[in-house]
Design a protein. Structure first.
Length: 268
């Protein structure tokens, strides 16, 4: 029996696996290959949809499906198909109209199974596209007939971000959805009860994994960190992520995946 057999290791991308310069260190790449070669399943769970996860997939070369849409989907990168997904209630469109009316400068993005659309553009969304290499497709929600998987609001103004959070959390429909702060400039509407921990558990079920390991850096990783049998927050993680994790490891710029694999080798 290989030392990591039956172990599923799921990592977040930005701020965790990726260094600040958006690259993956050679140390982390070697550790991932070592982990896989010794029987483990290595993959990632991201807020991104599959359409903009191809670069990550080609770099990481996971030997398992990956989680996407902040836990709202599990995707087979080889077959290029969803194995499972959970969409939003159609009432989520009411919240889009509500925020657009109250906050005219707020960026609004809509994710479906087949694409990413920009209902309302702004500088924060321009930054998002640059970082994620996303095409600029302007399309209002009224023009989208597909099921919406998640909605992202974006602003670089933190005063506006706080107002957005309050408007959504106190809306009469708020209890029908969950809300996640996925980055400093991004706030998301996701299906009720769905988070990265949902995807981790789905992956473990699909793969028959006996032990789950997770590492993350931000508040949208909290569900995954709580769900995993063994969980780590990187040193640069948010207060919430650190509180949710069972252990703290080195920062994303100090080869966190390699450090965790070394610790797992001693522990498992």
């Amino acid at each position: 029996m290989k030392k990591f057999e039956g172990v599923l290791f799921c990592t977040d991308l930005d701020g965790t696996l990726y260094k600040t310069d958006k690259t993956v260190s050679e140390e982390n790449k070697k550790a991932i290959e070592y982990f896989k070669n010794n029987g483990g399943y290595f993959t990632f769970i991201t807020g991104r949809p599959p359409v903009i996860s191809t670069d990550a997939y080609s770099i990481i070369k996971p030997n398992a499906p990956f989680g996407c849409n902040n836990g709202g989907g599990v995707y087979d990168g080889e077959k290029k198909e969803y194995l499972w997904s959970q969409g939003l209630l159609d009432e989520s469109r009411i919240l889009i109209d509500f925020i657009e009316e109250k906050m005219a400068d707020m960026g609004i993005q809509i994710n479906t199974r087949s694409g990413i659309y920009f209902h309302k553009d702004n500088t924060a969304m321009e930054y998002f596209r640059k970082v994620t290499k996303t095409a600029r497709i302007i399309k209002r929600h009224e023009q989208i007939s597909e099921e919406i998987l998640k909605i992202i609001f974006a602003t670089t103004d933190q005063t506006q971000m706080e107002r957005l959070i309050q408007l959504l959390r106190f809306h009469p429909l708020a209890d029908k959805f969950d809300f996640i702060r996925s980055e400093r400039i991004l706030y998301e509407i996701v299906p009720k009860g769905i988070n990265k921990g949902t995807a981790l558990n789905k992956l473990a079920e699909l793969l028959g994994a006996k032990t789950t390991v997770a590492v993350g850096d931000y508040d949208n990783d909290i569900g995954m960190l709580k769900a995993a049998d063994i969980s780590f927050a990187v040193e640069n993680a948010s207060v919430g992520a650190k509180a949710a994790a069972k252990k703290i490891t080195v920062s994303n710029n100090d080869h966190a995946i390699a450090a965790i694999v070394r610790e797992l080798e001693k522990q498992l």
